[in-house]
Design a protein around this ligand. Structure first.
Ligand code: ASP
Ligand code: MG
Length: 428
């Protein structure tokens, strides 16, 4: 017998028929003797509908009232699922965040979970019931409803699993796992059986939107085995045996071990959400970087990659990237607060750029990853505009029109293509 936390997202809960399917799936696990806690999101589209209502009243709705309202979506879906499970003849009990209780700080709209009381959940499990918990919501010290940010039900799922010491937290979604890259970009992308937390964190922050980043951080911190799998896959019959553990979905683990066979790169992530800003012709002296970047930081704009060119005749160019939606705002800050201050010649912006990143813990023990990456891009006539690296990641900024070409050629060069096992990388 295992204790399993299952999280079902909005798509899996998107209609009455789908909710009935979730009930059947949960029942199979229960029938196989497991204890099951189910965390659910609002039905798909519901959270957006609620947010839209609030925006019709105010462009910046009161944060407390926003949480009070937007948390209702999950309250509907937990009770519908409890009813559906009861229709199948099994005991079920739903809990809101408050009823659990899931205590958070008071940062409305992006609250952090501080503690979870497991008493009510355990009581119900011990009585043989299935427990259903509303994702995305909690209460602060004063009993106000709080929410955890978009996609926050993932984090609720992981936090409940950590609090209960569950054997696994299963995130059911509309894809059947984590892929080497977006299958919409190359049909050769393959599903990973395993990926480490660190890699998943990079993939998530680089634009692969399968899990809320915070849920991955949480799972890593508390060592919760986390699995991403499809809620539409009929093969998963609820027997949590070796076979299941090896084959279904993608398991996100701490374990880097016995992976000698594994590719050096686990995945290729990309992010179209980029814009490049160049501050041209700035005098190269101490304090310049700070004079450019501080006003941008004060405007709450996040900066990603940064490059400062070698100076010629005491003048240099300073280049960095921001989120594409922040490009206009960044330009305004630079024009108004920076350009004349530092005597820059001109400020240029380009939003036709994308970031492509190789991710893999295997990089730690293998040199040559970056050079094979650059060589592959060069062979494909793709110009690299900026580069950044970390211990388990190499990112490049390239022109947007080459995104697909870059991802496909790197996918092949690093031996990630499905079926044909041979790759250049074998000799690295
Ligand atoms: N319903 C919330 C949202 O749409 C939380 C979640 O789905 O995880 O963001
Ligand atoms: Mg989600």
């Amino acid at each position: 017998m295992a204790l399993i936390v299952q999280k079902y997202g909005g798509t899996s809960m998107g209609s009455i028929d789908r909710i009935k399917n979730v009930a059947k799936r949960v029942k199979r696990w229960h029938d196989n003797g497991h204890q099951v806690v189910v965390v659910v999101s609002a039905m798909s589209g519901e959270t957006n509908r609620l947010i839209d209502l609030a925006r019709q009243i105010s462009s910046q709705p009161d944060p407390r009232e926003y949480d009070q309202m937007v948390s209702t979506g999950e309250q509907v879906s937990i009770s519908l699922l409890a009813m559906a499970i009861k229709e199948l003849g099994i005991g079920a009990r739903s809990f809101t965040g408050r009823q659990v209780a899931i205590k958070t700080d008071n940062a409305h709209n992006k609250a952090r979970i501080e503690s979870i009381d497991d008493k009510n959940i355990r009581q119900q499990l011990d009585a043989g019931n299935i427990v259903i918990v509303a994702g995305f919501q909690g209460i602060d010290e004063e009993g106000n409803a709080t929410t955890l940010g978009r996609g926050g039900s993932d984090t609720t799922g992981v936090a409940i699993a950590a609090a209960l010491g569950a054997d696994e937290c299963q995130i059911y979604t509309d894809v059947d796992g984590v892929y080497t890259t977006d299958p919409r970009v190359t049909s050769k992308a393959k599903k990973l059986e395993k990926i480490t937390f660190e890699e998943m964190l990079e993939m998530a922050s680089l634009g692969s939107k399968i899990l809320q980043i915070r849920s991955v951080e949480f799972a890593g911190k508390y060592g919760v085995p986390l699995r991403v799998l499809s809620s539409f896959d009929e093969n998963n019959d609820g027997s949590f045996d070796q076979d299941f553990q090896d084959n279904v979905g993608t398991l996100i683990t701490i374990d880097e071990g016995d992976n000698m066979e594994q590719a050096i790169i686990s995945g290729i992530a990309f992010n179209r959400d980029e814009a490049k800003i160049v501050v041209r012709g700035v005098p190269d002296h101490p304090g310049i970087a700070s004079a450019i970047l501080s006003p941008i930081g004060r405007a709450n704009i996040e900066i990603d990659m940064i490059v400062q060119n070698l100076s010629t005749n005491g003048m240099t160019d300073f280049t960095f990237t921001v989120n594409r939606t922040d490009m206009e705002k960044t330009m305004k800050v630079l024009e108004n607060e920076v350009k004349d201050e530092i005597g820059a010649k001109e400020i240029l912006a380009n939003d036709e750029v994308v970031k492509v990143s190789l991710v893999g813990v295997g990089m730690r023990s293998h040199a040559g990853v970056a050079s094979l990456m650059f060589q592959t891009l060069a062979e494909n006539n793709i110009n690299i505009q900026m580069i950044s690296t970390s211990e388990i990641k190499v990112s490049v900024l390239i022109q947007e029109q080459y995104l697909e070409k870059a991802v496909r050629s790197l996918h092949t060069a690093f031996g990630l293509d499905r079926e044909d096992g041979e790759s250049k990388v074998a000799g690295l």
